[in-house]
Structures are given as C-alpha cells and as structure tokens.
Design a binder for this molecule. Structure first.
Ligand code: NAP
Length: 281
C-alpha cells in the first residue's frame, strides 16, 4: 500500500483489463479472475474506454457488483481525441455508466494527442470539482511531456504517469522514474509481465530470471511481476483472465529481491546508461 500526495491509500499491486470482456464465452471466468484479485487485495483495477470500445469497462462493472465501492480504486482512461472540452465530459460519464459507479478514483489521458494539454488539465480539474473523478493523471508521457505538463497551471496536480515497464524494457529507470519521484508522481507499470513474455523474446527462459524466481519459489512470470515492484514508487497492473494466474500474481505482493539477485537480473538485462525514448504498445 502507498499513499498519493493527497494521502489516498492505493495498493501497489492492481489488475489490468486490456482484452478482458471481448469474448462473451470467457466472461464468467474473467469476472472470477477479477474477483479473486479483489479478494486478495488487488483492489486497484485499471481499464480504459479504448479496451474493447467499452467492453472491458462493462466487464469490470459486472465484476465489482458485490463489493463496496469505497473499497475499490477504479482507474479509467480517456482517448486523446476525446480529451478536450467537446468530448471529455461525455466520455467520462460513459465510462462511469459502464462501470456502474458515480466516480473514478483516477482518470488518465491515455496518450498525448492533438488536444492542447492545458485544455485537458482544465477539464480534468472540472471533473474533480464535479466529483466525477477523485484524481487525474497521464499515460505514455516521457520526461519532456511531464515537464511541459508541470509548467501549466495545475499541471502538477497529476498524480500518476502510466508507462510501459518490465525487466526487458527498463529505459524509464534512467530519467523518467527519477523525475516522477522528485515531483511526487507515482509511476504505474503497464505490461509488467511483457504480455506473458511475448514483448521480449527469450525473457521467460532467461537463466538469471529463472534462478531468481526459483530462489523465491516463483514462476518466471511471477518474478517478472515482482521485479516491477522492487521500486517503492511503482504501482503494477498485471492482467489475467485466469483465476489461477490471479492467485499467482497476488502472491508476488511482498516479494523483495536481494542486492545479489538484482545484480543477477542487471547482468541479464542491464539498467539503461543513457536516456532512451519511451516505448509504448
Ligand atoms: P501483461 O499484464 O504484462 O501480460 C498479460 C499476459 O500475461 C496475458 O497473456 C496473461 O494471460 C498472462 N499472464 C498473466 N498472469 C500470468 C501468470 N501468473 N502466469 C502466466 N501468464 C500470465 O500485459 P498487458 O495486459 O498488456 O498489461 C497490463 C495492463 O496494463 C493492461 O491490461 C492494461 O490495463 C494496461 N495497459 C496500459 C497501456 C497504456 O497505454 N496505458 C498499454 C498496455 C497495457 P492469461 O490471461 O492466460 O493469464
């Protein structure tokens, strides 16, 4: 558990939902997967209007029905082309309706588009005042984007930047993660398991990763997830539609690697030595 600047407690291990809700035949299993996570403390759920064009939000809405709203931390994202005055209020309301709730804990700009940042910030602030969202943030913002954001009035009210981060893609460690820490912004790691290893060939078969995983009686996939949580400024949002995988993912919450284990992982996948462009999927 960590706290935002406004002291809101947030679990550092949450649940992603990209692709969930797309296949009606898998609905019950996916709902069960999300509920298994909530029951195990993974009460932060990340979704977006983009995911299945609302199907993921609808699925989340069904999954959370038995739970008290205040126990959950719901995150959704607005498309860049909806992030201006013309559309954002409707987009937000539609997300709320699909989720079956009257507020979001966190609303993110999914990635930068053509709407001026200043306009998005002003709209986000209005949504906060209206009680539709408790806080706002961004996604896929590199250091220069963050600097531009923080130069705007109220731009520094941004509480999260959600970015691609896993053992095989550590570029953010060079300057983005330190910048976010310095400015009190949490980093939320997406694709923490490299989409089941598919984003980086050989990742799950790496001998050092396997060694570290076996030290902790983890699978290599669990160890990938644990890696993203070693830095206390990081929130991680693994996605699964399989309740057994949810249980495995929840077991990672308290895993701490030793300095020697981190050194092993650094040998296999060295931390960046210079600024790398921010990758996104
Ligand atoms: P991910 O969480 O890294 O990986 C998901 C894959 O891992 C699925 O194929 C899943 O398959 C598998 N998996 C999960 N747990 C497992 C386990 N214990 N053992 C073996 N396999 C396991 O990838 P992601 O879904 O792309 O990223 C996570 C979340 O981040 C997304 O769902 C979304 O909420 C968010 N995201 C945001 C952005 C953005 O631009 N802001 C971009 C991408 C993702 P099973 O279902 O079979 O378990």
């Amino acid at each position: 558990m960590i706290t935002f600047r406004d002291h809101t407690p947030v679990p550092r291990l949450g649940q992603g939902t990209w692709y969930l809700g797309n296949d009606p035949g898998r609905e019950q299993q996916e709902i069960q997967a999300l509920r298994t996570g909530i029951d195990r403390g993974m009460t932060l759920i990340d979704t977006a209007e983009m995911y299945g064009e609302g199907l993921s939000e609808t699925l989340v809405g069904k999954a959370i029905l038995p739970y008290e709203r205040e126990k959950l931390f719901l995150v959704s994202k607005v498309y860049p082309f909806n992030a201006g005055r013309k559309n954002i209020f409707r987009s937000c309301q539609q997300s709320l309706d699909r989720l079956g709730t009257d507020y979001l804990d966190l609303y993110l700009l999914h990635w930068r588009g053509r709407v001026p940042l200043m306009e998005t910030v002003q709209c986000m602030e209005e949504l906060v005042k209206e009680g539709k969202i408790r806080a706002w943030g961004v996604s896929n913002f590199d250091v220069e984007d963050m600097e531009e954001l923080f130069r705007l009035p109220q731009g520094n009210h941004c509480v999260v930047n959600q970015v691609l981060y896993h053992l095989g893609d550590r570029g953010v460690e060079y300057s983005l993660l330190p910048w976010l820490k310095e400015h009190g912004v949490m980093m939320m790691a997406y694709c923490p398991m490299a989409q089941g290893g598919t984003l980086r060939r050989g990742l799950l078969n790496n001998p050092q990763l396997k060694q570290v995983a076996s030290n902790h009686h983890l699978t290599p996939t669990q160890a990938l997830l644990a890696f993203t949580l070693q830095d206390p400024n990081v929130i991680s949002i693994p996605r699964t539609g399989n309740p057994e995988h949810t249980v495995q993912n929840s077991q990672v919450a308290g895993v701490r690697f030793t300095d020697q284990e981190m050194e092993l992982l650094n040998q296999a996948y060295p931390p960046p030595r210079c600024k790398m462009p921010l990758n996104m999927v």
